[in-house]
Design a protein around this ligand. Sequence first.
Ligand code: SAH
Length: 379
Amino acid sequence: MDKGLSCPVYKKCGGCQLDVTYPQQLSYKMRTVIGLLGRFGHVEPVVGMDEPLHYRCKVSQAFGYSRGRVLAGVWQSSGGKLTPVENCALEDARATEIIRTIAELATKHKIRTYDERTGKGFLRFVTVRVGKQSGEVLVALGVGKERTQSAEWVEELVGRCPYITTVVQCVSTDRRNLVLGEQETVLYGGGQIRDTLCGCEFLLSARSFFQINPTQTEKLYAHAVEAAGLDDSQTVIDAYCGVGTIGLIASKRAKSVTAVELNPEAVKNAKENVRLNGAENVRVLQGDAGVFMRKLAEAGETADVVFTDPPRAGCSREFLESLTALSPKRVVYISCNPETQARDLRYLTQNGYRVTHIQPVDMFPFTKHIETVVTLTRK
Ligand code: SAH
């Protein structure tokens, strides 16, 4: 591909920030990473995608109403206008088809769309999640409290998109954010889908956190586990574990894994995933990663390898202090924000560690985001 996207809604949508050729995007990202992390060591060439389109396996779009039709797209932050998005080049094609079909069926069945100002109406947004390997597809409708007869048109939706595995409906009445609330009703299928990453199986529900680009996620996790240098003998910590992805993949080559995560629902998913994979050497704990590390350090415990994959804010100071007290031989730091990662690397390199490998991975073509895996070794 030698052009940008030539997308008609590029400016209004805001989902993409780099409308240049893919090689240009990759060199932009390399410059960003070298600028922030280059002083810690050599930065390996970014791992890009062979085909950087239609990679998004999780897609959300909002619904609005105009001139007798239900439309799907994104809300403009100013002015409360919906920009219809019909052919997004980043979305999985099945997700695009499902969203278009929902808008058509909602128009046909006169389903009222949700009005943020009044809190009235029903259909607000949809999140589609596609299992890349399994082919299973979950559709989650974000809806208002109003009672509406979804059953009839959901049957029609599944008839027209027979690859859909399950449909759920979650109440979503947060004024500002399009978030799927906890009140969930399963309308079709089992309410969850499965997918495979690096040979491990994962259960995904409407609200669980899971990387949205499975092709690149496999490369990212495979590299992270490789960088840890596991040989079945190590005790491993997976901090900020989400639904347990990295810990489970690492557990095949480790003696034991302790995974820690703050979000109770993610912890529940992680435990299910441990059972699903029969990984008897993995335990999952709920709590703040910093507090957990401090307790381990205070108890005089040790670990051979620590994986850390924090949110954009990076690791807490408490976490970093306890990490150096715990003094694992290796730390593999996966980050979605090289700015906070640079801050944390400064601390770690001043407190007993040296950076031995820096690997950027492009998880989000056409956006400015970049993921990095930094390997640190105890001096
Ligand atoms: N490693 C996972 C998830 C990374 S996202 C994966 O690759 O899929 C970061 C995770 O950190 C989220 O699941 C978030 O809920 C969790 N988190 C945020 N703050 C935390 C804290 N203080 N302690 C532990 N986990 C935290």
